[in-house]
Design a binder for this molecule. Structure first.
Ligand code: SRM
Ligand code: SF4
Length: 522
């Protein structure tokens, strides 16, 4: 396959990629790692290493982050143990975070240890290859694929094959290492759109064509600081066996024709805008070598989104999956060892991750539920969290991310605990925090989304958030919009309290009174 032709006016990143493919660092790492991070060129340190999934963190220089690839968020207890050992042995002040793409990021890693860590990953069937910069991100799929009693299509194998195609079975694939920008793929096999199909560059959602079950294809969904758009129908129906080929064709069209001059206008939707959907579709068909069948008239996303927390009967009689709430996805090495142990003792040795940054233990026999519930880990990783904590999601924020305008994870947990303590809420409310307009914490899909910003008052710069509302997930998903600007973080809790009371049926606990009301149009 040929590689992309760079656009005539090359921006900094196009130049960087044209000068040297980030994947080349793979064969060089054994040589440069022992010299330490200070010896690296700025381009390799800050950017090219991300082709190997190794992220320099300017907030904690010398302590790198490793972003894995875990298709559908499914890993074995053995793999989780290798990741736990990595954090324990090599992570200085290390931890791992479950991400909003059903993935894991490990922290506190020194460059010198990366070759040994990669050897351990290879032996365990793990990879972090091509997980950052202008590459395809973790492939998301239903977290209960293969075990959901109401599943339509088991998407596990498809997601894995898509990853293998993109990464050349984890070896690294120069065919897809120079995309115009990042690229997100989601594959939904269940009725509840558990992958947020609407916010991916390509998404496959289940749909019947006559009596044949396959997928309708959506394209162009994305969030960026400048623009956010839900994916639009490509008017194509795809047999499950053709998903890999369709992903490959779309990626090749995007690679070879995607806009590269301005990185703020490089995501797939910008190409679709420029060409129009009909031309885009025709180019993908040309690449595929056949015409798409038109989309099925309706898709099968008929349910509200589930969060998978709690105990749920599987399609396999006598077995259950148990969803554990992991507050804002934060794990430490002992937690990871414990999850591995629990998955082996009570389940089949498998662990699954969700886009809500939680974990699922599948295949727990009815008879093993009671002893599992007595495990000390379940005191912290509850199967029945408080209603507001249950729907909490947060991006990394200022603790590790240089783009962050505010601290997110710790603040999110503290404020949510306080709100759960002062309010009685009969339903879970999905509150998503994101530290900056890049929207990694997906505030636009939330009931209440909080996007970090700064505001000036009395000559001081203060941490603040813009508030989003109206995000609808599951069937008929819609993106939320900004309803309030620059609420100072120190004054946010009463504002959230009022929103929860006015819009989500929360009640003050006995003895509390309503604070001065805030009214907003949503
Ligand atoms: Fe993100 C960049 C973290 C999901 C949109 N994102 C970053 C970086 C790499 C910036 C950096 O170098 O510091 C962040 C790393 C911080 C760190 O140390 O953890 C980062 N993004 C994350 C994660 C970890 C948030 C989380 O806590 O879960 C998620 C990792 C997913 C994964 O496993 O691969 C993450 N990022 C997302 C999502 C949500 C999604 O995919 O559903 C989005 C919005 C959807 C989208 O991309 O269309 C998202 N991240 C961005 C953007 C804006 C992209 C754009 O087109 O402008 C950036 C900045 C960029 O790429 O220039 C960004
Ligand atoms: Fe960092 Fe901003 Fe993404 Fe949060 S939203 S992880 S602060 S880039």
């Amino acid at each position: 396959m040929t590689t992309a032709t760079p656009a005539p006016s090359l921006n900094k990143f196009e130049k960087l990629k044209a000068e040297k493919d980030g994947l080349e660092l793979k064969s060089e790492i054994a040589e440069f790692a022992p010299k330490g991070w200070e010896a690296l060129s700025e381009e390799d340190r800050d950017h090219r290493l991300k082709w190997l999934g190794v992220f320099f963190r300017p907030v904690t220089p010398g302590k790198f982050m490793l972003r894995m690839r875990i298709p559908s968020g499914i890993l074995t207890s053995g793999q989780m143990r290798v990741l736990a050992e990595t954090v324990q042995r090599y992570g200085e002040d290390g931890n791992a975070d479950i991400t909003t793409r059903q993935n894991l990021q490990l922290r506190g890693i020194h460059l010198e240890d990366i070759p040994d860590i990669f050897d351990a990953f290879e032996q365990a069937g793990l990879t972090s290859i091509q997980s950052g910069m202008d590459n395809v991100r973790n492939i998301t799929g239903s977290p209960v694929a293969g075990i959901d009693a109401d599943e339509l299509i088991d998407t596990r194998g498809i997601a894995r094959k898509v990853q293998d195609m993109i990464t050349n079975n984890g070896e690294g694939n120069p065919s897809f290492s120079n995309l115009p920008r990042k690229f997100n793929i989601a594959i939904a096999g269940c009725r509840d759109n558990s992958v947020h199909a609407e916010i991916n560059d390509i998404a496959f959602v289940p749909a019947y064509q006559g009596d044949r079950l396959g997928f309708n294809v959506l394209v162009g969904g994305f969030f960026s600081a400048k623009r956010c758009d839900a994916a639009i129908p490509l008017n194509a129906w795809v047999d499950p066996r053709d998903v890999v080929a369709v992903c490959e064709a779309v990626l090749l069209v995007y690679r070879d024709h995607g806009l590269r001059a301005n990185r703020q206008k490089s995501r797939l939707m910008w190409l679709i805008d420029e060409w129009g959907l009909d031309k885009f579709r025709a180019e993908v068909e040309k690449q595929l070598g056949y015409s798409f069948q038109p989309a099925a008239a309706k898709d099968e996303l008929l349910w509200d989104k589930r969060d998978h927390i709690g105990i749920h009967a599987q399609k396999q009689p006598g077995l259950n999956y148990v969803g554990l709430h992991i507050p804002v996805g934060r794990l430490y090495a002992p937690d990871m060892f414990d999850l591995s142990r629990i998955a082996e003792i009570y389940g089949s040795g498998e662990i699954r991750l969700t886009v809500e940054q939680n974990a699922i233990i599948p295949d727990v026999p009815d008879s093993r539920i009671a002893p599992l519930l007595k495990e000390p880990l379940l005191q912290r990783f509850s199967i029945n969290p408080d209603p507001l904590m249950r729907g909490l999601v947060s991006c990394t924020g200022a603790q590790f991310c240089k783009f962050a305008l505010v601290e997110t994870k710790n603040r999110a947990v503290a404020m949510t605990q306080a709100l759960d303590a002062e309010l009685v809420t009969s339903r879970s409310v999905r509150i998503h925090w994101t530290g900056c307009p890049n929207s990694c914490g997906q505030p636009q899909v939330a009931d209440i989304g909080l996007m970090g910003t700064k505001t000036r008052r009395d000559g001081q710069t203060l941490d603040a958030v813009d508030i989003y509302m109206g995000g609808k997930v599951g069937k008929d998903a819609e993106l939320g919009t900004c309803v309030m600007k620059a609420i100072v973080c120190d004054e946010l809790q009463p504002v959230l309290r009022d929103l929860l009371i006015q819009h989500f049926g929360a009640q003050p606990r006995a003895g509390d009174t309503l604070s001065a009301g805030i009214t907003i149009a949503t």
